[in-house]
Design a protein around this ligand. Structure first.
Ligand code: HEM
Length: 390
């Protein structure tokens, strides 16, 4: 069914504004919305997004998972994100091993020292751009550390990984040039680790076998790229959106400062309230029916995580409010089911350590100017977040 609700699904500025009133209208009036401009079904109810994510045989990822994949060639198996079972299970096992609970937990001390270092120049009463000071550098430093990237290369690494995210919006020659540079650099890293293995992720993956075989060089490069892209701007956005929400809700800051055991819950609420990734897509392999609406085989479906995370059927009448004392419900900021985010525990750990260290030093945070958002259809990103801590 096509409704009169105006949802400019492919307008990057729509997500940089306030998409939530439109999401609410869609959830309440047209939860299986046919978007005529993009020819895509848009799902906004939490249960629907979860059901589709659990059903990879009828809702495939292999034809691409980005809204804009329609406009680019998606090579099969291009990344773990756009791979379907049974191959997907094999790849997932591999990444799972590389991201074992033990390996992530072992990162805590290092993440804490990075956060403390980044916070050191931040002074009480002085305006700081939180994106530049903390949320941009932290995830890059953490992933670079995990992959064993030398510290002198980390700035270039940051520019390249931004370019790869930019490629989701459109592939300009400049962006593609950067992506090629990054691939060349990763090739060097892989070669070097082949000769001199360490205990970094790249070395672990080099040693791992899938179906008894080692990964080929292209597979390895794609794997490294996927890690880099998946964990970088997403975690940056979690930190920025989360601090923005806290700055807008001083009562919630007071709650957190008064009871640091709420830190883990606060991170869940940050993820739920303003989902870093707004959506991914699927393509149907057969005709399916959702809420009485028939979706033909081969049609595209948009899973709107940002909308589903405000569903009042799951989160109650306060679903549009930021409340860190909320019992963590089943939000879909990390997706659900088959492709559930493999970096979720790392992102959570970064969020928790950042909150602990910030509120160990400061008791209040306030906005020092308007937030500047980064237009985009995939990530509800932040360019600048002026804050004052005291
Ligand atoms: C707050 C930060 C993050 C958010 C919001 C996020 C979000 C997501 C979402 C929504 C998916 C599901 C994709 C789908 O269903 O098609 C996903 C998958 C994935 N994420 Fe994350 N992610 C975050 C951080 C990370 C980090 C830190 C890493 C690794 C360093 C990572 C690695 C991955 C990988 C490898 C997948 C693919 C899993 C698969 O296809 O089976 N993510 N992420």
């Amino acid at each position: 069914m096509s409704s009169s609700i105006h949802f400019p699904v492919n307008d990057p500025n729509f997500y940089a504004g306030d998409p939530y009133p439109t999401y609410k209208r869609l959830r309440e009036n047209d939860p299986v919305h046919w978007n005529t401009d993009e020819e895509i079904w848009c799902l906004t109810k939490l249960g629907d997004v979860q059901d589709v994510s659990k059903d990879p045989s009828r809702f495939r990822s292999g034809d691409g998972v980005l809204l804009n994949d329609k406009y680019r060639e998606v090579a099969p198996g291009e990344s773990i994100l756009s791979t379907d079972p049974p191959d997907h299970r094999q790849l997932r096992k591999l990444v799972h091993r590389a991201f074992s609970r033990k390996r992530i937990a072992a990162m805590e001390g290092r993440i804490r020292s990075l956060v403390v270092e980044l916070l050191a120049p931040v002074e009480a009463g002085q305006e700081v751009d939180f994106v530049e000071a903390v949320s941009l550098p932290l995830p890059i430093l953490v992933i670079a550390e995990l992959m064993g990237i030398p510290s002198e290369d980390r700035e270039r690494f940051a520019v390249w990984s931004d370019a790869v995210i930019g490629a989701a919006e459109g592939q300009t020659p400049e962006i593609m040039g950067k992506v090629i540079e990054l691939l060349g650099y990763l090739r060097e890293i892989v070669e070097q680790r082949r000769k001199q293995p360490g205990d970094d992720l790249v070395s672990v993956v080099l040693e791992t076998r899938v179906n008894g075989e080692r990964l080929s060089e292209p597979e390895l490069l794609v794997f490294c790229m996927a890690l880099l892209v998946a964990g970088n701007e997403t975690t940056r956005t979690l930190l920025s959106n989360g601090m923005h929400a806290l700055a807008e809700n001083p009562d919630q800051v007071a709650l957190l400062v008064g009871d640091q055991s709420l830190v883990a819950q606060a991170v869940e609420e940050m993820l739920r309230y303003d989902a870093p990734i707004q959506s991914f897509t699927r393509t149907t392999s057969e005709s399916v029916t959702i809420r009485g609406q028939v979706i033909e085989a081969g049609q595209r479906v948009l899973l709107l995580y940002g909308a589903a995370n405000r569903d009042a059927d799951e989160f109650g009448v306060t679903s549009e409010e930021f409340r860190i004392s909320r019992k963590p419900g089943q939000h879909v900021a990390f997706g659900w089911g088959e492709h559930y985010c493999l970096g979720a525990s790392l992102a959570r750990l970064e969020g928790e350590v950042a909150l602990q260290e910030i509120f160990r030093r400061f008791g209040e945070v306030q906005s020092a100017g308007p937030i500047e958002r980064q237009p985009g259809t995939l990530v509800r990103g932040v360019k600048k977040l002026p804050l004052v801590f005291s």
